[in-house]
Design a protein. Structure first.
Length: 311
């Protein structure tokens, strides 16, 4: 079954200016429509490491929804549990500045509750033989509870990815049961009701270590853009991982690729520091292109001692 990923599919509408971006002006440029969504990106990233993940999600009952499924299948994602429902996908509208950084965005979330019915019906089939679970931390709490119940039943690790921390923090008691939560420094500040925007990696690493040690969550990784990332767990491990020095073209999807790499590492016998290194490498491979996902890697390129046939 491989890694099971649960969450939404979005259509990303991305605008890029031709000249200097003026927030209040009419900016000439070009617009792209791309398959997106945190979980959809993560599952494709995992598949691009020649692994065989399974996706639980919803797409539109339309040609666009069929296109999303076909692309995932080409990347060898198991889409058996992707449901087709009218207006099943969300939309993310984003504008980027001339440095490739996000200047502003608006998202419209889909209704994901039909996933709960699927889990209630086929949960044993889905989770019994999976390697681990990746779950959107801001998904409906009923879905989170159902997934956590199965993770405990079959002793599976659960890794949380963030689409909207403002929603995720409302499920804080549930997130404390995740094995690892991945977010950026702004999202970490929302989670702990503090401002980390001016913290150095060293300072933030110590802060997160103290939070994790106090039982806020089992382990946490916080990405800090060009400053790299920090990590800490309840076993006393903590550290800083510098970012790769690459030319930035488009930062969209870098955090999702990071999460995919981290999840792959923690799932397949790497410790937290090595898993963060894998995530950093995948994130760097995304920001050098206009794609939302990483290019193809073989597991051994990431230091994974496994064959594709193992997955």
């Amino acid at each position: 079954m491989g890694i099971v990923v649960i969450g939404a599919v979005f259509v990303d509408i991305k605008g890029f200016p031709l000249d200097a971006y003026i927030p209040t002006g009419r900016n000439a440029g070009h617009i792209k429509y791309i398959h997106g969504g945190v979980s959809r990106n993560v599952v494709e990233d995992i598949a691009n490491i020649e692994l065989r993940p399974t996706f639980l999600s919803i797409v539109d009952d339309s040609a666009l929804g069929e296109d999303v499924i076909r692309k995932l299948q080409r990347h060898k994602v198991n889409t058996e549990y992707v449901q087709k429902i009218p207006e099943g996908m969300g939309t993310w509208l984003a504008v980027f500045d001339n440095d490739g950084d996000l200047a502003g965005s608006i998202s419209q979330r889909p209704n994901l509750m039909p996933i709960l019915g699927l889990i209630n019906e086929k949960g044993d089939e889905i989770f019994k033989d999976c390697d681990s679970i990746v779950l959107e931390a801001d998904i409906d709490p009923e879905i989170i509870k159902a997934v956590l119940d199965y993770s405990k039943k079959y002793n599976k690790k659960v890794f949380g990815v963030i689409s909207n921390m403002t929603l995720a923090v409302e499920r804080r008691d549930l997130l404390q049961q995740f094995d690892c939560l991945v977010c950026n420094e702004l999202e970490a500040g929302i989670f702990f009701a503090e401002n980390y925007s001016k913290k150095s990696p060293k300072d933030l690493c110590e802060i997160i270590y103290q939070k994790v040690s106090a039982g806020a969550i089992k382990s946490m990784v916080v990405t800090m853009g060009s400053k790299g990332s920090i990590y800490a767990d309840h076993l006393g491990n903590k550290g800083i991982c510098p970012a790769k020095k690459v030319t930035v073209r488009d930062t969209t999807g870098a955090g999702d690729a990071f999460c995919a790499g981290l999840t792959i590492g923690l799932t397949y016998r790497k410790d937290l520091s090595d898993a963060v290194e894998i995530g950093t490498k995948l994130a760097a491979s995304v920001i050098t292109s206009s794609e939302n996902v990483c290019p193809r890697f073989l597991p051994r390129e990431l230091g994974l001692d496994m064959d594709v046939s193992d997955c």
